[in-house]
Design a protein around this ligand. Sequence first.
Ligand SMILES: [Zn+2]
Length: 563
Amino acid sequence: MIRKATTTSVLLVASLFAASAIAQERPRLILQITVDQLRGDQPTRYYDRLGEGGFRYLWESGIVYRDAHHGHANTETIVGHATLATGAHPSNHGMVANLWFDRETGFTTYNVEDPNFTLLTKGASVDANTEIDPTQRAARSDGRSPAAMLVTTFSDELRSNTGGEAKVVSVSIKDRGAVSMAGHSGTAYWFSKANGEFVTSTYYLDKYPDWVVAFNNAKPTQQFAGTTWQLLHDQDSYLFGDSDDRAWETDVGGFGRVFPHSYGDGSSKYFTTWLTLSPPGDKLVLDFAKQALLEEQLGQDALTDYLSVSFSSTDYVGHVFGPSSLEAEDNILRLDRTLAELFAFVDKEVGLENTLIVLSADHGGPDTPGYLQSLKIPAGYVDPGSWDKAAAIARIKKAFKVEADLIAAYDHPYVYFSDAVKNNPGIDQHALEAAVVDELSKFHGVSLAVSSSALRDGNLPDTDIYRAVVNNFNSKRSGEIFIVFEPNWFINDMEGLTVASTHGSPWRYDTYVPIVFAGAGLAPRTVDRRVHTVDVAVTLSAYMNIKPPSGSAGVPLTEVLAK
Ligand SMILES: [Zn+2]
């Protein structure tokens, strides 16, 4: 009897101990940071000039994965964000591109547009006259929701696991940077360039919380009126200090190609655009995220909350000036300060020991052809306008006896055949796709064209590039042909806006991103094993002992789980 009691109490103590160990593994807050277009080498490129508490905090106290890549081919913003959020490949989460051709409506669709849920703020929708983001201009409604995301996110699973008690808030300059990470059940806020305020849609809220109204009423953009973007340090100390003015940099609406970049008095129609393509964009997101954490009381009790912060400035700076430019260098040093401010704030309000931080990027990015050429590295801009498409199409139409239009849309990287051709039982689709692949492969700048029927047949070489195209393939949204340009060759004309560089390829500079976990008592470690961005959400799920997102394909990163 006594012996049994002893055994029971030993077991009881053991199980209590185990239970508390599991409970202790749940942090109060999960902070998921996504930096738009932060190629894997960028955080440490200027390491000697980083300050304390930002990137250095992550890299020196966290678990750093040095060979982390996206596993899909179309390395664009929504594709990468959705992958980080869901742990799924685009084939499953459905966000195959920033824009895809919707066969049902016959229109090109912007990933998070949804006419059923209008913006909660009137007058905040995209202004087509000043919007430089061509994907934003393509949206036909100002409504936004995650409806097109076909699977759950980690944040959804956290809400689901806690009966909806866990708070999930997501913030970004870009709507797609916020909507993706909030999942279906969280709340997303993003920045409206039209009115300079943070907004949401009726999908999330019927009415703004008082703190959001107060934040917007304080006119957060006005602090930058009459100021300039100046270098943080002495120009001589910069790697690109003597090459500020490069011919390939873009002057957006008079913002200029050299420091100091003036924001004017705040009256320019490009004022808010300039803020987003320079460090103030990140500063606005930081301030809003801090306020959200305070007002929504994120991380204030034992139930784990989730905050996603997606910083967009690095992407716009990369597009406009290139990732190897004085602007990009200063932007990284300032992003480092922005991160330091965020971590210090979280430490004060929640405690970094109670916060699991994960930082990654939605994609990397190529260097500008001009920069690469100056180093004798082959690179260039692809100009689809120079392709003799008419002759190629005529040859194909003749061979297949097609009268109707052959192509319905080319939303890079996908070519979509017209319904007339696709639904014609008299046309051998395999042969037709093969013929188009043949013609495309002859065009200057095209490295590879992959047909959907080849993907369906599974009869492809087992290479990273083909696997990435497969991972990107969703039968409802992908086109018939996926075009891959030559490495370091890409389109720089984004619907009329000439940019210095564009990501979106399956090549390594575009798939290469940082993945770093820190806080929550993790011990510093560097891991050189190849890992993928689909692993992030799955790792968070495993860390929390909750079920993984519905379409997830990744595996838990065991270094983060080891205690
Ligand atoms: Zn981009």
